[in-house]
Design a protein around this ligand. Structure first.
Ligand SMILES: [Zn+2]
Length: 364
């Protein structure tokens, strides 16, 4: 059995069972428990990547936001990823690429999983402000400022962050206008705080964990958590071991970070974004890299923050119902479990995304 077949089989066996068990504990009949995974990125290879979404389908996920590009990737490749993924999703009767929250609800009524796209870093704009509206029309519903390293818009979390540039400020305003969610994950502290002050819509950290629980530059400080909550925003907890704590990725680890944010700023400001990559991709060994590739890796994934001794270990989508189950077992109220598992990010969509397919229309 090939590695990918093995993963699919285990997701199928575990996912169906765990979904029904979690619903039994958490949801009253008719209650809207929705599994909204706010970020995944499996590294663009081609239209075949869309088959990986079967892992979310079989886990009972209702929504997933798929990454189509990041600052390490040429912006033109982002366009190719959007083209390939759009066509592959449209060919599937069980998936729907959604433009509006009404589309998301229509997908659920039809028994489909809702999908939108995200971009990690404003490098994908090629320093052209008009690209924001184009990307919105192509399905991008959230975009972060900078992926780990500085770019033309602002600072990355592993770089010397000097704050937003004039271009970065203009992009934030344009995102507000068209309805794209300002995502402060992966960005430097100063740039993220400036973006949250500037934005007149709620902001998010699409996938980021708590620095006080795990001291890593990709994780966010209490000041950032309080700032995003003050915008009405949400932090999506990431399921990667490196950002959770020592040892392998666990449901308990994710819940620990959820619980911290819930206690600090309330259950309305935390969600889930597992960042799973079921493709099994791992970084190539350092000795196999060309000098240029090694320099690129060091820029975006500095060895001081990404020691080779720590191998990537992600929670897979089948963990979604387990997280809900665990929160319920910790006596979180059912309405709070529903908010954390999907309701909070749905609120962001209702407040920020354009309510119709007319781009740039003000939300009511
Ligand atoms: Zn990321």
């Amino acid at each position: 059995m090939k590695r990918r077949d093995l993963l699919t089989a285990s997701a199928l066996a575990g996912g169906a069972l765990l979904t029904s068990r979690a619903y039994a504990h958490v949801g009253e009949p008719g209650a809207e428990l929705r599994y909204w995974d706010n970020h995944t990125g499996f590294g663009y290879e081609g239209p075949q990547d869309v088959a990986l979404l079967d892992h979310w389908r079989k886990a009972g996920a209702h929504y997933v936001c798929v990454n189509v590009g990041f600052d390490m990737m040429p912006w033109s490749t982002t366009i190719l990823a959007i083209a390939d993924y759009t066509k592959a999703i449209e060919a599937r009767s069980d998936l729907r690429l959604c433009a509006t929250l009404a589309d998301v609800r229509a997908a659920w009524r039809a028994g489909q999983m809702a999908v939108t796209f995200n971009i990690e870093g404003m490098g994908a704009l090629n320093e052209n402000l008009r690209m924001v509206e184009l990307y919105y029309k192509l399905g991008i519903r959230q975009m972060l400022i900078a992926y780990n390293a500085n770019n033309a818009a602002g600072g990355g979390c592993h770089d010397k962050d000097e704050g937003l540039t004039d271009f970065g400020r203009a992009v934030i305003r344009e995102m507000n206008r068209v309805g794209m969610v300002v995502d402060c994950a992966h960005s430097g502290i100063r740039s993220s705080l400036e973006a949250m002050r500037l934005s007149d819509k709620p902001c998010i950290f699409s996938h980021a964990n708590v620095r006080a629980l795990r001291d890593h530059e990709r994780n966010i400080t209490d000041e950032q958590i309080k700032a995003v909550a003050a915008t009405g925003g949400v932090v999506g907890i990431n399921g990667l071991n490196l950002y959770l704590g020592e040892g392998p990725a666990t449901v308990e680890g994710v819940v620990r970070h959820i619980d911290y944010i819930a206690k600090l700023v309330g259950t309305a400001h935390v969600g889930v974004a597992l960042d799973s990559d079921p493709s099994g991709w791992t970084a190539p060994p350092a000795e196999s890299l060309t000098p240029e590739m090694a320099a690129l890796f060091e820029k975006y994934w500095p060895a001081r923050q990404y020691p080779s001794s720590v191998k990537d270990d992600f929670l897979q989508p089948k963990a979604l119902p387990l997280i809900a189950h665990r929160l319920s077992a910790m006596r979180y109220a059912e309405k709070d479990v529903r908010a954390i598992m999907g309701g909070n990010f749905m609120r962001i969509a209702s407040q920020v995304w354009a309510p119709s397919r007319v781009v740039g229309q003000e939300a009511p």
